[in-house]
Design a protein around this ligand. Structure first.
Ligand code: MG
Length: 296
């Protein structure tokens, strides 16, 4: 049986006490970047140091790509095409229906990106991604290289134009929009390697671009990395001891405890109520009594 921490009484109804926390697959070096394909009832995710992308379905685990340019975060665009952050090539790509790869971004102002980490697509078709330096600090998750740009967050317009939209975080990492795209949440994991602050930041999106950010929440164990919201606007964040559910007001509702450090999650399954969790060496799932926000 799964273990939950019920911090706010309402959280007891968010989870199912008879649902199993299933370890679906294991043996990875650092699992990340889960993305659900409802059309295939399948999940793609990355094993970053293992330099591979894996595909999980009820029928089993297969290798989607290896080598995989040290892929990290994934999402799908408005047409359902796969968008990938690649550490090894320091770019964001789109997989076309014919299998070819289109590079959406690999430079900004003529300088190479650091190591695109995580990515979301907004309702206008823009691609938003974080570009911390984690993939070029060592050879473990890409290739050690000189950093040419600050750790920015970028927006790629459907026209292809790239714009730095958040430039004052230390290590922007996971990101997601609230329902209606009124807010943008970004995990800042700068403290992972330094004494820099480490928080989930929130940015008002009233102007269509992130306004000045403010601290939204700090997970109490480990770091917030990948995040998703449910249809009611509750934020589900990765953390050192599992998945934390955070209310729109910023307080902890409760936790799904996972026996490995969690890197990321996404909602999937037939009703988007099955949470897939990438956690260090393993992929887990658990059905919850919430539904993930449908991607635009
Ligand atoms: Mg990440």
């Amino acid at each position: 049986m799964p273990e939950f921490q019920i911090t706010q009484p309402a959280f007891a109804a968010f989870v199912l006490h008879n649902a199993a926390l299933k370890r679906l697959a294991s043996g990875f070096d650092w699992a990340e970047g889960p993305v659900w394909f409802a059309d295939h009832q399948a999940l793609l995710f990355s094993d970053i140091p293992g330099d591979r992308v894996l595909r999980w379905a009820e029928s089993g685990l297969t290798t989607q790509a290896a080598p995989a340019n040290f892929a990290n975060g994934h999402t799908r665009d408005l047409q359902g095409r796969l968008i990938t952050c690649e550490h090894g090539t320091r770019r964001v790509t789109r997989r076309e229906w014919d299998g070819s790869v289109t590079v959406l971004a690999d430079r900004y102002l003529g300088k190479r990106l650091n190591s695109p980490n995580d990515v979301v697509v907004s309702g206008d078709g823009a691609v938003w991604f974080t570009d911390p330096h984690y993939g070029i600090m060592t050879d473990h998750e890409g290739g050690k290289a000189e950093q040419e740009l600050p750790c920015n967050v970028y927006r790629i317009d459907p026209s292809g134009q790239i714009e730095a939209v958040v430039t004052d975080l230390q290590g922007p990492n996971g990101l997601c929009f609230s329902p209606g795209e009124r807010l943008l949440y970004i995990a800042d994991t700068g403290r992972q390697f330094t004494d820099d602050p480490q928080h989930i930041m929130v940015f008002d999106m009233g102007s269509g671009r992130p306004a000045k950010g403010r601290v939204f929440h700090k997970v109490d164990v480990g770091c917030a990395d990948g995040m998703r919201v449910d249809t009611e606007g509750y934020l589900w964040s990765s953390a050192g001891d599992g998945v934390h559910c955070i209310a729109p007001e910023g307080h902890l509702m409760g936790k799904i405890l996972v026996p490995e450090v969690v890197s990321n999650l996404c909602f999937g399954g037939p009703s988007r109520s099955r949470m897939f969790i990438t956690a260090t060496t393993s992929l887990y799932s658990i059905v919850v009594n919430r539904r993930g926000l449908q991607a635009p």
